[in-house]
Design a protein around this ligand. Structure first.
Ligand code: NAD
Ligand code: IPM
Ligand code: MN
Length: 363
């Protein structure tokens, strides 16, 4: 039978609590759909590994992880032990860059049974994707400090946009928009204030739009776009943005849809030359870590996206349906961020147990 080799990297904080629930859902889906899973767990990309080895990853990480069909990650970051830019540039950002996972796909959906903090919004009113450039832009390693410790001290960090880098993420977003009913693409820039990179991005959008006459294109400056996310979230279908703007929009969107605890993300290498990486949008949440109350749905939904990427479309759909069924059911069993009294493991088990029923075809 078909089988998939998955690297499982729990990381830090609630990553270690939600990853087992993602794995539970994967196993339930494998049982229901008859495929095999070869899961290999790694302890690197964590504060513990850092404390022991003085680095975030072993020297051979690239070859080790290259042997997998996909990477399933929790969250990285434990600022008490290691500065965030050190832990993240030493792990997650290396994965995204070295595996050329340039498309960061982040669905934003108001789910049945979930209350939006926006007045009067129900399921169907918020249903879009943030497509985030994931390898360049504002997240660049070009820069540094000069004249440190003097009164001329200065710090510079350059934004880099390459034609290849911009065009490939725009193409990914246009193609995604084409698969949707509304076929709308929104581009987020800041071309009034940032006068080189952002107008360049707009130029590439305009040029590519000509190839997609069936896709309606609009563009906003990022500042007013954040206001529209709150006031008019129903306007959006596929929102494409640079690395930093996409990062910000992909926390704002899920917050408008109830909680960042359910938001998933796929870091895709579309050419499939390297493994893609699946992780929730949220981080290690030190404020609630160790209490067993983190919402596991972001991790479980990420598992669904991973199954879809691996070609297990029906299993992916069943996992998502199980999430929806449970969200629409008893509120009490949900985690506190959703207004419930449940815990990570009990919610994870409830969803895993709902997968066999969700796997059966419905009229
Ligand atoms: P965070 O996403 O970890 O937490 C923000 C807030 O959301 C917190 O109040 C937290 O309790 C809550 N929250 C997050 N996930 C939740 C869940 N599943 N269920 C319920 N509540 C949840 O963001 P932060 O506080 O800015 O970052 C904490 C650490 O995580 C930092 O080290 C940061 O660098 C790192 N981080 C890592 C990733 C990643 O690995 N992809 C993403 C974001 C942040
Ligand atoms: C995310 C995170 C990361 C990012 C951090 C932890 C580097 O916020 O995946 O959204 O900014 O990409
Ligand atoms: Mn983020």
């Amino acid at each position: 039978t078909r089988s998939y080799r998955i690297a499982v990297i729990p990381g830090d904080g609630i990553g270690k609590e939600v990853v087992p629930e993602g794995v539970r859902a994967l196993r339930a889906a494998a049982d229901a759909f008859g495929f095999g899973l070869d899961l290999v767990e790694y302890g690197f990309a964590s504060a513990e590994y850092w404390t022991e080895h003085g680095r975030m990853l072993p020297e051979d990480w690239f070859d080790e992880l290259s042997g997998h069909d996909a990477l399933f990650l929790g969250a990285v970051g434990w600022p008490e032990t290691v500065p965030d830019h050190v832990s993240l540039w030493g792990s997650l950002l290396q994965f995204r860059r070295r595996f050329d996972q340039y498309a960061n796909v982040r669905p934003v959906r108001l789910m049945p049974g979930v209350t939006s903090p926006l007045a009067g919004r129900g399921p169907g009113d918020i249903d879009f994707y943030v497509v985030r450039e994931n390898t360049e832009g504002e997240y660049s390693s070009i820069g540094g400090r000069i004249f440190e410790g003097t009164d001329r001290e200065a710090v510079v960090q350059e934004t880099v946009m390459t034609r290849t880098g911009v065009d490939r993420i725009l193409r990914y977003a246009f193609e995604l928009a084409r698969t949707r009913d509304r076929r709308r693409l929104t581009s987020a820039t800041k071309s009034n204030g940032i006068s080189q990179t952002m107008p360049y991005w707009d130029e590439r959008v305009a040029r590519m739009a000509a190839e997609y006459p069936d896709v309606a294109v609009d563009q906003y400056h990022i500042d007013i776009l954040t206001a529209h996310f709150v006031l008019n979230p129903d306007r959006f279908d596929v929102v494409v943005a640079s690395n930093l703007f996409g990062d910000i929009l992909s926390d704002l969107g899920p917050a408008c849809a109830g909680t960042i605890g359910i938001a998933p993300s796929a870091n895709i290498n579309p050419e499939r030359r390297h493994p893609s990486l699946f992780e929730p949008v949220h981080g290690s949440a030190p404020d609630i870590a160790g209490r067993g109350i983190a919402n596991p749905i972001g991790q479980i939904w990420s598992a669904s996206m991973m199954l879809d990427h691996l070609g297990e479309r029906e299993a992916a759909a069943a996992v998502l349906r199980a999430i929806e069924d449970v969200l629409a059911g008893e509120r009490a069993e949900l985690t506190p961020d959703l207004g419930g009294k449940g815990g990570t493991a009990s919610l994870g088990r409830t969803i895993a147990e709902a997968i066999p029923a969700a796997a059966r075809p419905r009229p």
